[in-house]
Design a protein around this ligand. Structure first.
Ligand code: ADP
Length: 609
């Protein structure tokens, strides 16, 4: 779909407010005609008929009423435009947000968040200008000059003809200039997106940059990026100023020609006229004044549209980015409609599951394994082995390229995604807290839960103690990354969410960052408790967790290489036993199982990335 079509197709977002804006604009224009007529009447009476204030009382009063009416109509029009803008903004945000939800984390992982944020904020503002300003201006350009021509032609066809000839010049030149501005605008937009993305990267990585002494160099890069942005902004502005200068020029020329034609003919009432004016119809002072006063009103919608034209260009550039997001197809499957009919807790089976992020490189190559109902299965493997891909498949953010996933005896692909997600509790590696109170954050697991249930969940997740020690308890406000809370505490709040959710399948991505031993122990206890009567899949990085699993799956380069209990796997002398050996040698307390700890014999775990 072209950008123009896309913009047009989103017009209903502005709803009735847009029609009202146009309606008030038309009203304003018609009042201007009436005002010009009254002014002409008054001036004519005062100047040429010697009328005094007493003769003109009624006309003056009417004129004042007109002034007031125009002001009210302008105000109403502004209000309607504002409403239209607000509606467009919230409508678009809603659409984009839903789409991002549909696209899921798999899409977001490949996008630069800075650029995306730019689309969601400045992009929406730019589109708002198109619907609230440009579209009404455009419609008025088609209506108001026509209305004025309708009154001018009967009064004086010569002035009408001048208007008719000069008016199209304005949009014509605007389009000629505008087409070159369009590409400049798009470039400016890309630069802005690049700059935002860059800023975000720098801010997020500021610790790293400082530590490596690279902040100076980054500052130079930021300076360069922003200089480029400044230059392209100036280019856009140059075109914008040039185009408004051209518009003003043609409007002024048009008015001047009309004035000349009227002036000479009025002059002809008292003096002989030059030959070339002889064939023209005569004109009265009243007509002349009326038309002269209308002439600026005739060109004003055209000029206004010229000023709003850059809103259209900015919108086109923003729309292009938005279309890219809105037209992206989710990598996840088309959701089925079935509800889960199997008994809880249920088993989960992967049958020859392949997943490919990009051509020619399989992230998962025919994964087959089972998590039996009610059991606890640990998935271990080095970084890049495919563990997160397994989780994303289970969460429904990705769909297998080949093979299938069975829940009990039902295929995951046939299930309704929302219904399926209600069966899940997910404790991520780095849980996020959201702006709000701790209670609200726990309630994310089950929004309708009452405070007693929240407390109970917190207690079972071993979080109640520290929460209640906070001055505001469950009402303590926390921010994006749980300001003021330690990693272990955030983990336990996430665990409380899972308890509250009370789902039959729990997916727990263990934290790799070291928690303090006390937190570590409490989280482990919480998980043990959570595992009761549920099916649990743990992405394990710690030996303690792995030991307690009913079954251990060792994944390497997208394949399950070993599977069994701690005892059987330790005895076979495979990858797992080597991991355990290293761990036992270094720290029997339950260290993080990473490739870095492995002896050369299993170096393949690291190099397999
Ligand atoms: P793990 O969680 O075990 O560290 P992942 O499941 O994240 O491993 O990754 C498995 C493989 O898929 C890796 O080779 C990784 O490079 C690749 N991969 C992961 N995410 C993406 C992505 N968004 N685009 C392309 N390749 C990806």
């Amino acid at each position: 779909m072209s950008v123009t079509l896309w913009l047009k197709s989103h017009r209903p977002l502005a709803g009735n407010a847009l029609k009202q804006t146009i309606g008030y604009g038309v009203g304003h224009g018609l009042l201007a005609i009436a005002q010009a007529w009254f002014l002409a009447l008054i001036l004519n009476a005062v100047v040429f008929e010697g009328a005094g204030l007493e003769d003109l009382g009624l006309l003056m009063a009417l004129l004042l009423v007109l002034f007031a009416l125009r002001a009210v109509v302008v105000w109403l029009g502004e209000r309607a435009a504002f409403t239209a803008a607000a509606q467009v903004r919230s409508g678009l945000r809603d659409q984009l947000y839903r789409q991002l939800q549909r696209l899921g984390p798999a899409y977001l992982a490949n996008e630069r968040s800075g650029a995306l944020v730019e689309t969601l904020t400045k992009g929406i503002d730019d589109l708002e200008g198109y619907y609230a300003r440009f579209l009404p201006a455009m419609t008025l350009t088609m209506i108001l000059p026509l209305a004025i021509l309708l009154v001018v032609f009967p009064a004086d066809w010569v002035a009408g003809a001048v208007m008719l000839v000069t008016a199209p010049l304005i949009p014509l030149f605007m389009i000629i200039i505008g087409s070159s501005a369009q590409s400049k605008n798009q470039r400016q937009w890309k630069q802005l997106a690049r700059m935002s993305a860059h800023f975000l990267d720098v801010i997020q990585g500021i610790t790293t940059l400082k530590l490596f002494g690279a902040s100076r160099r980054e500052a130079d890069v930021v300076a360069r990026v922003s200089r480029d942005y400044r230059l392209s902004t100036m280019q856009v502005l140059r075109v914008a100023f040039l185009s408004s200068a051209v518009l003003e020029f043609f409007a002024a020329i048009g008015i001047a020609i009309i004035a000349v034609f009227i002036g000479f003919r009025l002059y002809g009432l008292v003096m002989p006229l030059p030959d070339w004016l002889h064939g023209l119809p005569e004109i009265t002072y009243l007509q002349g004044l009326f038309i002269l006063m209308l002439a600026p009103e005739f060109y004003s919608p055209l000029r206004n549209m010229g000023t709003q034209y850059h809103a259209r260009m900015a919108a086109a550039a923003a729309a292009e980015q938005m279309m890219r997001v809105l037209e992206a197809t989710p990598q996840q499957r088309v959701a089925g409609r079935d509800v889960l009919r199997v008994a809880r807790p249920f088993a989960v089976r992967f049958e020859a599951v392949h997943y490919r992020y990009e051509e020619g490189r399989d992230a998962l190559c025919g994964l087959t394994f089972e998590i039996p109902a009610g059991q606890r299965v640990a998935l271990v493997g080095s970084s890049g082995a495919g563990k997160s891909t397994v989780i994303n498949l289970l969460l429904g953010f990705l769909a297998p390229t080949q093979g299938r996933i069975l829940i009990g005896d039902q295929a995951l692909a046939d299930l309704d995604l929302d219904a399926w997600r209600r069966e899940l509790a997910w404790v991520p590696q780095q849980p996020r807290l959201f702006q709000g109170t701790i209670a609200e954050n726990i309630r994310l697991g089950h929004p309708a839960a009452d405070l007693a249930a929240v407390r109970n969940a917190a207690a079972r997740a071993h979080a109640a103690e520290f929460i209640e020690a906070l001055p505001a308890g469950y009402e303590t406000l926390v921010g994006e990354r749980g300001v003021g809370l330690s990693g272990g505490q955030i983990q336990r709040i996430a665990l409380a969410r899972a308890f509250l959710r009370d789902a039959p399948l729990v997916i727990f991505d263990e934290a790799t960052a070291n928690l303090d031993p006390e937190s570590e122990r409490l989280v482990q206890q919480g998980i043990d408790d959570l595992a009761q009567g549920r099916t649990l899949l743990v992405i394990a990085h710690r030996l303690v967790t792995v030991r307690r699993a009913d079954r251990i799956l060792v994944i390497e380069a997208g394949r399950i290489r070993e599977s069994g209990t701690h005892e059987t796997l330790s005895a076979t002398g495979g990858i797992y036993s080597r991991m355990v050996a290293v761990d036992a040698g270094l720290d029997p307390g339950g260290r993080v199982l990473t490739g870095a700890d492995l002896p050369p014999a299993s170096a393949s775990l690291e190099t397999s990335r």
